[in-house]
Design a protein around this ligand. Structure first.
Ligand code: PFF
Length: 453
C-alpha cells in the first residue's frame, strides 16, 4: 500500500478527471435533453444541479479518497472503522459495474461506426440505409458482442498499464485530440448555411417546457455527467497528491465538461437543421441522424469518421475510470495483481454485458425479456443512474458532515493549512450540510414515486 501508483502532475489530474466526466453523456444525452427540455432554460436548471449537487459530491469524493489514500471500500473502512459506511463503497463498485455493462455495448457501436464511416458505408446514404445499418448492427446476435469485447480489451490494456502510465498518459494525449476534433466539427457545422436554427434550438430559453420531470432529469444528468455518486472520484481522488486544490479541480472539470457538451450540441444541431432533419432522441440521433446529416456535407465522410473517433475517445476515457473502481478494490482489498484484477473484471463485464448487447432493441435476441418491466439494457441503466448514484451521492455528503467533520474537512480542503481558503470551506460545508442532501432526497423520493408533489 505504501507504493500506490499516483497521478504525477496537476495536468494529469485534470485530464484524467475530465476524461472520466466527458463521455457518451456529452455527445448525445446533453444536446438532446437541452433541445427537448427548453434549451437555455434546461441549461440553467442543469447548472444549478451541477453547482448544488454535482460539484459538492465530487469534492466530497476527492476528500474521502485522498484522505484515506484508498479504494472506495477501503476508504470508508479506514475513515470510519467498525461501522457500516463501507457499504457505500460496495454500492459504488456495483454502480460502476452496472454502468459498464451497457456503456461498453454502446461504445462498441461507436467503435464499429468509425470503421463503417471509414469504409464509406454512409456516402450518399438514404434514410432507409442508415436505419437499416443501425438496426442490423444492434439486432445481430454476435456483432455487438464482438465490438463490446474489443472495447473491453482496449480499456483493460490501458488499466493494466497503470494509473500513471495508463490513465494519466492516455488522457493527457487523448483529451486535447478530442477537443481539436470537436472544434473541427463545430467549425464545419457552424459555417453551414442555415446553421442559425440549430443554435436557436439549443440556446433559446423556453421556460414553458420546465416542469418537475425536467428537474429530476437535470439532477440525474449532473450525476452521470460528472461521474459522481459511485466511487469513481473517490478512487481518482486517492491518486491525487497533497498539492492538488480539490475544489478548484472540481470546478475546472465541471466547467470544461459543460464546454464540451455545448460544443457537441453546436456540432450536431446546426447541421441537423441545415439539412432539414428532426432533432431525434438518444441512440437514433447519434447512429441514424448524424450519419445522414454528415453524408450530405462536402467532406462529410471524413468528418463523420472524425466525429465517431472523438466519441470513441470520450467513451474510452470515461470507461477507464469505471473499470478502475473494481480493479482498485480487487488489488487493495483482495490482494490480486493489477493485471489479474483487470482481466477478472473485464471478463465478468463481457459475460454479463452481453445481456445488455443482446437486449438493446426489441428485435434483439433478448429484446423481449423483461425484468421489473425493463429490458436488461434499461434495467442496468435505471438501477445505476436512478438509484445507486443518487443514494451513493447522498451518503457521501452525509459522511463528510456527520462522520468526517468540519475540522478534517478544512484540513483536507486547505491542503493541511497551505491554502488560505476558510471562506470556501465554510461555504462548502454549508452546502453539503443543508442544500445538497435536501435536494437529492426530494428529487430521489419523487423520482421513485414515494413522494409526489
Ligand atoms: N461521465 C460519463 C459520461 O458522461 O458519459 C459517464 C460516467 C463515467 C458515469 C464514469 C460514471 C462514471 F463513473
Amino acid at each position: 500500500m505504501q507504493n500506490r501508483d499516483k497521478f504525477t502532475t496537476s495536468l494529469g489530474v485534470l485530464t484524467a478527471t475530465l476524461g472520466s466526466a466527458v463521455g457518451l453523456g456529452n455527445i448525445w444525452k446533453f444536446p438532446y435533453f437541452t433541445g427537448q427540455y427548453g434549451g437555455a432554460a434546461f441549461i440553467v436548471i442543469y447548472l444549478i444541479c451541477v453547482v448544488l449537487a454535482g460539484i459538492p459530491v465530487m469534492v466530497s469524493e476527492f476528500v474521502i479518497g485522498r484522505r484515506a489514500n484508498s479504494n472506495p471500500v477501503g476508504a470508508f473502512k479506514k475513515l470510519a472503522p467498525g461501522s457500516a459506511w463501507y457499504l457505500i463503497g460496495y454500492s459504488g463498485i456495483a454502480a460502476s459495474f452496472l454502468i459498464m455493462l451497457f456503456y461498453t455495448s454502446v461504445a462498441g457501436w461507436v467503435y464499429s461506426y468509425i470503421f463503417r464511416a471509414l469504409g464509406g458505408t454512409f456516402i450518399n446514404t438514404s434514410p432507409e440505409t442508415t436505419v437499416g445499418v443501425f438496426g442490423k448492427l444492434i439486432t445481430s446476435y454476435y456483432e455487438p458482442i464482438v465490438w463490446q469485447i474489443i472495447v473491453l480489451i482496449v480499456v483493460s490494456s490501458i488499466i493494466i498499464a497503470g494509473v500513471q502510465k495508463g490513465i494519466e498518459r492516455m488522457t493527457k494525449t487523448l483529451m486535447p485530440i478530442l477537443f481539436v476534433l470537436l472544434l473541427l466539427c463545430d467549425i464545419r457545422a457552424l459555417t453551414l448555411p442555415g446553421a442559425q436554427k440549430g443554435i436557436e434550438f439549443l440556446f433559446k430559453p423556453d421556460f414553458v417546457k420546465l416542469n418537475r420531470e425536467v428537474i429530476i432529469i437535470a439532477l440525474g444528468l449532473a450525476f452521470f455527467k460528472l461521474s459522481v455518486g459511485m466511487g469513481t472520484m473517490v478512487t481518482y481522488g486517492s491518486y491525487f497528491d497533497n498539492r492538488q486544490n480539490l475544489p478548484a479541480t472540481a470546478i475546472k472539470v465541471a466547467l470544461s465538461d459543460i464546454l464540451v457538451s455545448m460544443m457537441a450540441g453546436l456540432a450536431i444541431f446546426p447541421a441537423v437543421f441545415a439539412f432539414g432533419f428532426e432533432p431525434d432522441a438518444g441512440p437514433g440521433l447519434l447512429f441514424i441522424t448524424i450519419p445522414m446529416v454528415f453524408s450530405k456535407m462536402p467532406l462529410g465522410n471524413i468528418l463523420l469518421t472524425i466525429f465517431f473517433l472523438l466519441t470513441a475517445i470520450a467513451a474510452t476515457t470515461a470507461m477507464m475510470s469505471l473499470l478502475e473502481v473494481p480493479v482498485a478494490y480487487l488489488v487493495e482489498e483482495k490482494g490480486f495483481s493489477r493485471p489479474t484484477a483487470t482481466i477478472m473484471s473485464a471478463v465478468t463485464i463481457a459475460l454479463l454485458g452481453s445481456t445488455a448487447s443482446l437486449s438493446a432493441d426489441a428485435g434483439s435476441l433478448l429484446g423481449t425479456v423483461k425484468i421489473f418491466g425493463k429490458t436488461f439494457f434499461d434495467l442496468y441503466d435505471y438501477i445505476s443512474s436512478n438509484i445507486l448514484m443518487p443514494v451513493g451521492g447522498l451518503f457521501t455528503v452525509l459522511f463528510i458532515v456527520w462522520i468526517l467533520g468540519k475540522k478534517s474537512l478544512a484540513l483536507e480542503l486547505s491542503n493541511n493549512g497551505q491554502l488560505n481558503n476558510k471562506g470556501v470551506v465554510n461555504l462548502f460545508y454549508t452546502v453539503v450540510k443543508y442544500i445538497t442532501p435536501l435536494l437529492i432526497i426530494i428529487i430521489f423520493l419523487d423520482s421513485i414515486g414515494i413522494l409526489k408533489f
